[in-house]
Design a protein around this ligand. Structure first.
Ligand SMILES: Cc1cc2nc3c(=O)[nH]c(=O)nc-3n(C[C@H](O)[C@H](O)[C@H](O)COP(=O)(O)OP(=O)(O)OC[C@H]3O[C@@H](n4cnc5c(N)ncnc54)[C@H](O)[C@@H]3O)c2cc1C
Length: 450
């Protein structure tokens, strides 16, 4: 019988890779993982976690603005970007250590090195040159920002670099209108930067319900964010003083900026991975195609998380990693359910959704009932701010089942996580109606829509 160095070799110690490694090890497998950057992966090191800390920081600007309406006098409030940036970096260090400790305490060997596949059962570590064999290989290499190709692209940054800026930029141009673009637009706007969002199409957040998108766009504009739609990048010039000038193909004026953040999407991270050495061909979007077990076209190689480009969210990568480990090392096959996945955009205000959009629900289910609530959050009552929240409930007309919930307003992600349980459980509108409102709250709108 062939002797392998490990039962499982995992490439990438991010959300999916760490979960798969420790669970497989717990099931008795000899496991090693290679990580080319920092253990923890995108979510912990340069994604969800540091991003959310910046969102919290920027929300203080809002609260300070409101505080006067509630009787407070705030004098001399100032904001210190390096202090925030360094605090965020310290928390990232803490999490990096916690994830490393998790691997150690679960007997997972880790190599801080880049791994490349050399065959169905072997990888080579780039820096050390070591070749390692394994019965099973799991690719969990995540995704990477799509690289811009216009002239002057080298003067731009991506979300990878945004957490390390020396100073808070006075003027920020953001390319793209997906969730990462809208989140950073909200952060920089609230912290006082002049923000322009530039998009090649005329829409933001394409996968979300149209009513939420329109509401967010109106509020973002009212808060001072400028949008340039149907405006592809022509080039970015850099002046001797370091300032940038963004030329767009919409015939409009160029935009002066201190930072240009490109957030135009993320692509599976497979460059130079050696997949061809195991006969694995990529899909149309550069992703690794897998079956329901996460198995690639090579029987000994599996893939989970963003690199498979099914749903690029941390909880999905974690579930896929868990399902892979249980299925392959505990003979406990578990199918990951991709139905009713809640998601959020931590814009300002945030939005959150579960289930199909209204357009998708009509296409899928035919006759549906739509319930909406358009309300002024109580916290805004004292202030001049006229921002309104908006909730939408989509109900199957035949079965009364709640198919989807779409919300924009303060704390929408926190509220939606709980409401998503009801959607996943298949509860009906009658169940919502029978639930007593929790008053006074914004969430009560969910059970008061008639
Ligand atoms: C700015 C930003 C904000 C986000 N916000 C959210 C959010 O709010 N909620 C949410 O659910 N998701 C969010 N995401 C997405 C989330 O981070 C990803 O879906 C998740 O991290 C995917 O996990 P993964 O295990 O597939 O890959 P990753 O976590 O990306 O891990 C892959 C790891 O593999 C390593 N690697 C790659 N190639 C190699 C190689 N050849 N050898 C060794 N190591 C390698 C990488 O360095 C990385 O550490 C955000 C992403 C970004 C960029």
């Amino acid at each position: 019988m062939t002797q392998f160095d490990y039962d499982l070799f995992v490439i990438g110690a991010g959300s999916g890779g760490v979960r798969a490694s420790r669970i497989a090890s717990g099931h008795g497998a000899r496991v090693a993982v290679a990580e080319e950057y920092r253990i923890g992966g995108t979510c912990v090191i340069r994604g969800c976690v540091p991003k959310k800390l910046l969102v919290y920081a920027s929300q203080f600007a809002d609260d300070l603005g409101h505080a006067g309406d509630y009787g407070w006098t705030i004098e001399g409030a100032t904001f210190d970007w390096p202090k925030l940036r360094d605090a965020v970096a310290r928390d990232v260090d803490r999490l990096n250590l916690a994830y490393t400790n998790t691997l150690n305490s679960n007997n997972v060997t880790h190599f801080l090195d880049r791994a490349e596949i050399t065959g169905p059962n072997s990888v080579r570590l780039k820096a050390s040159g070591q070749t390692i064999t394994a019965k099973t290989i799991l690719v969990a290499t995540g995704a990477w920002p799509v690289a811009p190709t216009f002239p002057g692209a080298e003067h731009t940054i991506t979300s990878n670099e945004v957490f390390h800026l020396e100073t808070l930029p006075k003027r920020v141009v953001i390319a793209g209108a997906g969730y990462i673009a809208m989140e950073f637009a909200g952060v920089f706007n609230a912290l006082g930067s002049a923000v322009t969002v530039v998009n090649r199409s005329d829409a933001i957040l394409r996968s979300y319900d149209i009513d939420l998108r329109e509401r967010l766009l109106a509020i973002a504009r009212a808060r001072g964010i400028t949008f340039r739609f149907n405006a592809p990048f022509d080039r970015v010039d850099k002046a001797a003083d370091g300032s940038l000038l963004v030329h767009l193909g919409d015939g409009g004026e160029p935009i002066a900026a201190d930072v240009v953040l490109v957030a135009t999407g993320r692509r599976a991270k497979t460059d130079g991975l050696g997949l061809e050495n195991a006969g694995i061909a990529l899909g149309n979007r550069g992703e690794i195609p897998v079956d329901h077990e996460g198995r690639t076209s090579c029987p000994s190689i599996f893939a989970v998380g963003d690199v498979t480009d099914r749903v690029q969210l941390t909880p999905i990568a974690i579930r896929e990693g868990q399902a892979f480990a249980d299925g392959q090392f505990a003979a406990r096959p578990t199918a990951v359910s991709y139905e009713a996945i809640p998601s959020a955009v931590f814009s300002q205000p945030p939005l959150a959704a579960v289930g199909p959009t209204e357009a998708e629900a009509r296409a899928e289910h035919g006759e549906i009932k739509v319930f909406t609530s358009d309300f002024r959050p109580m916290k805004n009552i004292f202030s001049q701010r006229i921002e309104r929240g908006f909730y939408k409930l989509l109900v199957d007309a035949k079965t009364d089942r709640v198919l989807g919930i779409h919300m924009i307003g303060p704390d929408a992600p926190e509220i939606l996580q709980a409401a998503a349980i009801a959607v996943k459980a298949g509860l009906t509108k009658a169940d919502f109606d029978a639930t007593v409102a929790l008053h006074p709250s914004m969430a009560e709108e969910l059970v008061l829509m008639r």
